[in-house]
Design a protein around this ligand. Structure first.
Ligand code: ZN
Ligand code: ZN
Length: 245
């Protein structure tokens, strides 16, 4: 499986367009292969490590040694079996994701993919999975942005795991408002009807890895996972680059 090309306007050689300087601190040297992020900024990334909620992956600061579920999960009906994220959505990572998504700073992709695969691959290798599905964007947003960040991350993961990527199973039927200012309950209601099965596609018990860029409450990915389950997916796990905490 091949990774979809970047939009035309980014292709003609990143290194020719940009000097090899870190695009976060603008101080240190940083190569295109590192996503123009220097080693000093890289060292500020906060990887998510146990202990975390076994369901939604929310990291927990403290001395917890047994498996537990956080209050976030206890109050939500989640359709995925587990959600995990590579890093916390803070500082350098949050800035890189925002600029990647909203300001077309596509050179950060190499940096984000590196963080994502470093954490996701060892965890996903431990179990058998059949299929990778990115959380879809609404067509209006796709036209605005010219790319779906979840789809790009998912395609890198599919390539690394040699699993099929399917971008045509689920579609986003409602353009959801920006979620940031909503309460957890409002978010859940907002996204519950946001996804639908594409056409008459049906699954036969496949174990699906659902991919998105950021997970906050899990409402969006859960709604999407719910559609996949209703279509016949055996199990759905979620992986995102970053976790809002
Ligand atoms: Zn830097
Ligand atoms: Zn949880």
């Amino acid at each position: 499986m091949s990774i979809a090309p970047l939009p035309r306007w980014i292709e003609p050689g990143l290194a020719l367009l940009y000097p090899e300087v870190c695009q976060l601190c603008e101080q240190q040297r940083a190569a295109p292969a590192a996503g123009f992020v220097c080693s000093r900024c890289w060292s500020k990334v906060r990887f998510i490590k146990p202990p975390f909620c076994e369901r939604c992956g929310l990291p927990y600061e403290g001395e917890i040694t047994t498996a537990f579920q956080c209050t976030n999960c206890q109050n939500l009906e989640l359709h995925f079996c587990s959600a995990r994220s590579a890093v916390t959505a803070k500082g350098v990572t949050l800035e890189a994701i925002h600029r990647y998504k909203y300001q077309q700073a596509l050179w950060f992709e190499a940096f984000l993919v590196d963080l994502f695969l470093r954490q996701a691959l060892p965890a996903l290798h431990a179990q058998k999975w059949d299929l990778i599905v990115p959380v879809p964007l609404h067509p209006t947003k796709y036209r605005e942005r010219e790319f779906n960040q979840a789809e790009r991350l998912a395609s890198h993961l599919a390539h690394a795991l040699t699993l099929p990527l399917n971008t045509n199973l689920v579609r986003r039927v409602l353009p959801t408002r920006t979620q940031t200012l909503l309460t957890k309950k409002q978010r859940a209601e907002n996204v519950q009807r946001a996804f639908a099965a594409q056409g008459r596609h049906r699954l036969k018990g496949e174990r699906v890895i659902l991919v998105d860029d950021v997970l906050t409450t899990g409402a969006t990915t859960s709604a999407c996972a719910g559609v996949l389950r209703a279509m016949g997916a055996g199990e759905v796990c979620v992986w995102t680059v970053a976790r809002g905490v």
